[in-house]
Design a protein around this ligand. Structure first.
Ligand code: DC
Length: 219
């Protein structure tokens, strides 16, 4: 069974997807982390993100791995490093490139073959798995999403500024939904859940019930 969970940054997708997957024994694939790994590699190698040729050269030899909720680049665990603000905006930039998307989508489809998987991202229900068994689109007001990111980042960096985070989230929303290749949009058959006024637990319960109802007999 394939469950697609799409939505903008900070809508709660990854937290909820991971919790549900753990609960019902599904595999969870955080597709945003894959774009983050590539962006991190470019930053590490000082590659200009507007130089497509260089980016594609690095893409060809990209060595990424995902195991037990950890993300590896060239066999190094970079799970924390890929969560920085610089990598977030870099990931949104590289996600515009057609060849990058094709490579990531191939990996996502291969990974999910004959498994019960929850994937979260921007294009899962529209492009990666248009025939997914269940499609959810999570949304929330940008101020609420920024507040969630702010609280998360504040734990690591005391100087983080809410207004800057809000601006970055809105910029990312703009790039992710206005790009030519697989923009963020609601699939026609997706169930939309606005998480603005819900707790993570409430959202989790809702989606879990939908999966159980939809998936009856499938796993
Ligand atoms: O979900 P996230 O914030 O970790 O994703 C980081 C960036 O990667 C996001 O701004 C857009 C891009 N992305 C994408 O284009 N398609 C996906 N399926 C997942 C993420």
């Amino acid at each position: 069974m394939i469950v697609a969970i799409d939505g903008p940054a900070g809508s709660g997708k990854s937290t909820v997807s991971k919790m549900i997957a753990d609960d019902i024994g599904f595999i969870y694939l955080d597709t945003g982390a894959m774009y983050r790994l590539f962006a991190y590699k470019l930053i590490k190698e000082n590659v200009d993100m507007d130089n497509n040729e260089e980016e594609l050269r690095i893409l060809e030899d990209l060595n990424i791995d995902m195991k037990n909720g950890k993300f590896y680049l060239d066999n190094e665990d970079v799970s924390d490093k890929i969560r920085s603000r610089e990598v977030s905006s870099g990931a949104s930039k590289v996600a515009r490139i057609k060849e990058v998307r094709e490579k990531m989508v191939d990996i996502q489809r291969e990974f999910s073959k004959s498994k019960n998987v929850i994937l979260d991202g921007r294009d899962i229900g529209t492009v990666v798995f248009p025939n997914a068994d269940l499609k959810i689109y999570l949304n929330a007001a940008s101020e609420v999403r920024a507040k969630r990111r702010f609280e998360e980042l504040k734990e690591k960096d005391k100087n983080v500024n809410y207004n800057e985070i809000l601006k970055e989230i809105e910029e990312r929303d703009y790039h992710d939904s206005s790009r030519k290749e697989s923009p963020l949009r609601i699939a026609d058959d997706a169930i939309v859940i606005d998480t603005t006024d819900f707790t993570i637990d409430e959202v989790k319960k809702k989606i879990k019930n939908l999966i159980i109802t939809k998936g009856e007999g499938k796993w």
